[in-house]
Write a protein that binds this ligand. Structure first.
Ligand code: HEC
Ligand code: HEC
Length: 217
């Protein structure tokens, strides 16, 4: 059997060799964003063409999230590992290549975090503490341990939280607490969310939503 590297060399297409699987094509992804998967609404109706999402409506920001992370989430909705009655019909007709394409589109978007009204300073300080230092009294590890400096995300496994909508962050933390979301590897997020009080969730979501998206966009 020919090894993969040799295959690449023979194909004369070295540029594709570093990519483990379906590399996304952002331009093809844009078409899907505008047209949808054929059965659901077009993605832009909820997430926007630029992936900014909408806090009040509960639509997460997708702009600037890692393509591999977005891909995994769509795969999880398609297989039901992550359950959402809203999202499942929007991706059930997409094949792996289309999922990679649309992930590439949204990952390449850089929509800035819009200025939000000032939040209570104690709440913000509490949120910052949780994100950067954790709360050792209740065994809460700092979010940055996994989500990286500034909670800007690390690779495909740990999504960017900086600039994500507060409503969505709260909703996801509550979903882990209640068991409604359980697609995290090794229950890494369940272990955190289970220890967070409603007040801590409010604080950390308020803080994270007000952090700029930086680095590796
Ligand atoms: C009717 C509104 C709507 C449409 C249309 C829609 N979405 Fe969503 N999307 C949502 C909601 C609501 C969530 C959060 C669901 C949850 O709680 O899991 C979400 C979540 C996601 C997530 C997970 C984000 C994260 O940070 O984990 C991805 C990825 C995503 N959508 C991609 C898409 C793509 C691609 C399309 C188009 C093919 C699309 N969505 C169409 C409403 C929508
Ligand atoms: C031990 C590692 C770890 C720590 C610490 C951690 N997380 Fe996570 N978090 C993860 C992983 C892994 C995922 C992605 C799960 C998946 O693949 O669906 C995630 C996903 C999330 C998501 C979903 C984002 C999205 O776009 O859907 C939110 C919200 C979140 N974490 C909030 C937090 C907050 C707030 C803290 C700190 C209080 C925190 N996390 C600490 C590992 C961690």
């Amino acid at each position: 059997m020919m090894n993969a590297k040799l295959g690449c060399l023979l194909a004369g297409a070295l540029v594709f060799c570093g990519m483990a699987h379906a590399a996304g094509d952002a331009q093809r992804g844009q078409t899907i964003v505008m047209q949808g998967d054929g059965s659901g609404a077009p993605c832009l109706a909820c997430h926007g063409l630029d992936g900014a999402g909408n806090d009040a409506a509960g639509f997460p920001r997708l702009a600037g999230l890692d393509a591999g992370y977005l891909e995994k989430q769509m795969q999880d909705y398609r297989t039901g590992t992550r359950q959402s009655a809203i999202m499942a019909p929007n991706v059930d007709n997409l094949d792996d290549q289309q999922i990679a394409d649309v992930a590439a589109w949204y990952a390449s978007q850089t929509a800035a975090v819009p200025p939000l009204p000032d939040a209570d300073s104690e709440l913000m300080a509490h949120g910052e503490r949780l994100a950067t230092r954790g709360d050792w009294d209740s065994y809460v590890v700092p979010c940055e341990t996994c989500h990286g400096p500034g909670s800007e995300g690390v690779g495909s496994a740990f999504p960017r939280l900086a600039g994500q909508h507060a409503g969505y962050i709260k909703q996801q933390l509550q979903a882990w607490k209640s068991g409604a979301r359980s697609n995290d590897p090794d229950q890494l997020m369940l272990a955190i969310a289970a220890r967070l009080s409603d007040e801590q969730i409010e604080a950390v979501a308020t803080y994270l939503a007000r952090q700029p998206m930086q680095g590796d966009l």
